[in-house]
Design a protein around this ligand. Structure first.
Ligand code: M7G
Length: 338
């Protein structure tokens, strides 16, 4: 192990990781070489200066570990109790927002930090993880639900309005200039573009950016109106320019989409290398191409008066049984069939 190149800061994160106590595997995705595990950290995890006390409290934590470039079987290498001490030789914190932190990790002595700056694995940490996070990352079955405008008004809209503001604290911190500022690629009064935390910042074939709109009144695709067409077109144009200028990605080289249901009800657009298979987040129903959304709004442009397209549309999507909307929407589906 080449300890000589480990800085104090990196050592700190190595130590922090060693404090992790494994509880159980939430999700195993061998085809993606990704593993999501649940455990806990001592509460000193959040405060680097404090020493762990014997009666220290623990905080629930989720670790999502995935390979970056090298083909490795991570599930075979992780052993309970010491994801930091066991299979990683060193780690480096790439960024952290309120409860989210992501690190690059190097496994072996043969791969060096200079040769592979993105690490052998990428580790996303959520600490303290809420019940919503634990449920989101748990293995689960899904059903397909048809959300009519009426169901939206009666069930989904109240659910969105009730979702606690802490859920999108990370967005507020970025928009207020408190976090991830050195990574911002574009900033305008309407929106910003920066790397998504899923991206390792190096591998262009898996390029993953996110455009976050500043207007917090747009919570999801349901709130989009004809007046937002210029905003969406501007995101599309700017993302293409950035990807071309910075990474030489040609015209047509990006897949841009919006999730419904999203995890975070503050409007954002996913911007991903067109050749990258971003897994379940691209599944039909949940991912709506930005181009299709713009086109639908444009078709609506000529109508005068009355509710707009996303107020009139039925949206059909898969919903996991751990989702907060599952029980209510499943009951509606059962009723509809009977
Ligand atoms: P989503 O469609 O609401 O949910 O997308 P999903 O996570 O189920 O796809 C939110 C997007 O924001 C995801 O692609 C996340 O990886 C990304 N993201 C989440 N957080 C907490 C952060 C963060 O703190 N920083 C950055 N840069 N991206 C984040």
């Amino acid at each position: 192990m080449n300890k000589a190149i480990v800085s104090d800061e990196d050592r700190l994160f190595e130590l922090k990781l060693q404090g992790f106590v494994f509880e159980r595997i939430l999700l195993e995705e061998p085809e993606k070489c990704r593993l999501t595990i649940l455990g806990s950290f001592p509460d000193s995890f959040l405060d680097p200066s404090s020493q762990p006390q014997p009666d220290t409290k623990t905080l629930p934590a989720i670790l999502r570990i995935e390979k970056t470039a090298v083909p490795i079987d991570i599930s075979g290498q992780i052993f309970p109790g010491s994801p930091g001490g066991g299979f990683l030789s060193y780690t480096k914190c790439m960024e952290h927002t309120d409860i989210y932190m992501w690190l690059a990790g190097w496994i072996s002595e043969t791969s060096s930090r200079e040769k592979q700056p993105q690490g052998d694995v990428k580790i996303n940490i959520i600490c303290p993880a809420t019940e919503v996070h634990i449920r989101k990352y748990s293995q689960q079955n899904s059903i397909i639900v048809r959300e009519t405008p009426e169901i939206y008004r009666q069930i989904v809209e109240p659910f969105i309005s009730d979702s606690p503001p802490e859920r999108t604290q990370w967005v507020v911190e970025i928009l207020q200039g408190l976090k991830e500022q050195s990574k911002i690629l574009f900033s305008a009064p309407e929106f910003i573009i920066l790397p998504d935390m899923k991206w390792d910042l190096h591998t262009v074939s898996s390029l993953y950016l996110i455009a976050i709109v500043r207007d917090e009144s747009i919570r999801s695709i349901r709130d989009l109106r004809v007046k937002h067409i210029p905003l969406l077109q501007s995101i599309r144009r700017t993302a293409s320019l950035i990807a071309h200028d910075r990474w030489d990605i040609p015209r047509g080289g990006l897949r841009m989409y919006i999730h419904y249901q999203p995890s975070y009800y503050h409007f954002h657009v996913h911007i991903v290398n067109a050749n990258y298979d971003a897994g379940l987040g691209m599944r039909v129903g949940q991912a709506h191409l930005l181009d299709d959304v713009i086109s639908l709004l444009q078709l609506d442009e000529e109508r005068s008066g009355g509710p707009e397209i996303f107020e009139r549309r039925t949206l059909t999507y898969g919903l996991g049984e751990q989702h907060g909307l599952y029980a209510a929407l499943k009951a509606v589906e059962v009723e509809r069939d009977s």
